[in-house]
Write a protein that binds this ligand. Structure first.
Ligand code: GBH
Length: 485
């Protein structure tokens, strides 16, 4: 009853997202050199099926047609990332041929009436910088600031929305401790160093871009975090509550709090005491990191169901570990387990639970004094698509996932969360990191033989959501509310 659908707030922004290494291909064209993902994918066993980002979905050569398709679906904004190793190969000179690709992309988007939403780092560090220590080396933060400044030189006249990092949790803890992502290191202390240095790099880049902005308020600067509710498996069990505190601390608060409060959470510093995290934090770093930002991007896919007990031998597979060998990304809390709650899951094994997104958004507004406006910068699902003989992709599960999560966002807004936009992940099927091309997240299908694009049923449904929202149409009440009435 309380769930009567409200219209979307004025100016609510609808879009879709991708990342350079996942879609561009042309991995060694026009002067681009190896990123850590090009390098990592060539290590036998690192990526499922031996897949690499070398060709991906060839977006580098098909960009104008892809933008035309975005326009056809009515996207108001397109979130993409720039590739550092295309723009500054080896982090040396500026490669104008590489930079020019993004300049053409931005022009194409603006011509189509689509707002460019640029991410500077979506996991593809130049391999040359990994050789000098990667993100475990503090100097990489300063190299990032210079790269950000280079991109701003070229695009700052046309791009207003800038995201420094996409999911620093993944590019620190999963990349440097679990070894599941490039560079594939399994060094907990290096992972914590990467975490702090990415925060620092964010702050340095925000300072630099802000100082370069000529018109106050014209630039919108922010960061995207992947935030995940840590749900205690048995809320009456102290061990499960403690496990949930640890995962919430390491997974969420270690990222949100330095940015919004200017401090790392004391309980997590205690959990990681053996790695001497505090010696990584120099005087003044936290002030740099806590620069005011204009938005917080939230990527959300699923909750984590958390336990402090070992899994029973006959347990259903939980969220982690996956089927590839890896170390734990849960630095300092390696003992925590993730039992299955037996909710429906996607092809990734991730739970489908839109209520989790709603509570997460509401909680951000309640727990932090005046959080910046929130944007859902990624939400979506992998499923094995059914393709009809006539080529129609009836991805009913993905469609249901997206519609139910869009509805959860609206529910959160009704409860007071300041959410200003929603980007579905992903615009195209693409290189799903360690899973290669096996997992498909697109609302547009890509035939990996021919590179043909086919809008899936979920893409058509999302286009209708956008059209209705913009027309001020009140969507029908969600099914549960309709039943209650
Ligand atoms: C996003 O990250 C990425 O930004 C995007 O590039 C990607 O394609 C998309 O999602 C789909 O995967 O506990 O170590 O087993 C994914 C967010 C957060 C998913 C951590 C896996 C658990 C890893 N990830 N999560 S682990």
């Amino acid at each position: 009853m309380s769930d009567a659908p409200t219209p979307w707030p004025d100016g609510f922004l609808w879009g879709s997202a991708t990342a350079a290494a996942q879609i561009e291909g042309a991995a060694h064209e026009d002067g681009k050199e190896d990123s850590i993902w090009d390098h990592f994918a060539r290590i036998p066993g690192a990526v499922a099926g031996g897949d690499t980002p070398e060709v991906a979905v060839d977006h580098y050569h098909r960009m104008p047609a892809d933008v035309a398709l975005m326009k056809e679906l009515g996207l108001q904004s397109y979130r993409f990332s720039t590739s550092w190793s295309r723009i500054k190969p080896g982090d040396r000179f500026v490669n104008h041929a590489g930079l020019d690709f993004y300049s053409r992309l931005v022009d194409e988007l603006l011509d189509a009436g689509i707002l460019p939403w640029l991410t500077l780092y979506h996991w593809d560090l130049p391999q040359a910088l990994e050789k000098t220590g990667g993100w475990a080396n503090r100097d990489t933060a300063y190299r990032f600031r210079d790269y950000a400044s280079t991109v701003f030189d070229a695009l700052g006249d046309r791009v207003t929305h800038w995201t420094t990092f996409n999911e620093p949790l993944c590019s620190s803890l999963i990349a440097y401790a679990a070894g599941e992502h490039a560079p594939g290191r399994r060094e907990p202390r290096a992972a914590l160093a990467a975490l702090h240095h990415q925060h620092l790099a964010h702050g340095l880049a925000v300072q630099t871009l802000r100082s370069r902005s000529e018109e106050a308020g014209a630039l919108k600067l922010g960061i995207t975090l992947n935030l995940t509710n840590a749900v205690p498996n048995d809320p009456s069990d102290p061990a499960d509550l403690e496990a949930a505190r640890r995962i919430d601390g390491l997974w969420n608060r270690m990222f949100v709090e330095p940015l919004l409060l200017g401090s790392y959470p004391a309980d997590v510093l205690d959990d990681v005491r053996e790695y001497d995290f505090e010696s990584l934090v120099h005087d003044g770093d936290l002030q740099t990191i806590a620069q005011p930002i204009d938005f917080l991007g939230v990527n959300h896919y699923h909750d984590d169901n958390v336990s402090g007990h070992p899994l029973p031998a006959d347990a259903a597979p939980g969220l982690v570990p996956t089927d590839r060998p890896k170390a734990s990304p849960f630095v300092g809390s390696e003992y925590v387990t993730f039992p299955s709650r037996r909710l429906p899951v996607t092809a990734m094994g991730w739970e489908v639970n839109p209520a989790g997104l709603r509570s997460l958004l509401v909680r951000l507004g309640r727990e932090y004094p005046s959080p910046p406006p929130l944007y859902i910068t990624e939400n979506g699902a992998a499923y094995d698509d059914l393709v009809d003989a006539d080529g129609r992709v009836r991805d009913t599960e993905r469609e249901a996932y997206i519609l139910s999560h869009v509805d959860a966002v609206r529910g959160a807004i009704a409860e007071g969360a300041d959410v200003r936009g929603y980007f579905v992940w992903s615009f195209l099927d693409n290189f799903e990191w360690a899973w290669g091309y096996e997992k498909r997240f697109g609302i547009v299908r890509v035939d990996y033989e021919t590179q043909e694009r086919i809008v899936k049923d979920s893409g058509r449904a999302f286009a209708r959501v956008i059209a209705d929202a913009r027309a001020g149409v009140r969507a029908p009440a969600p099914r549960s509310a309709a039943v209650d009435a």
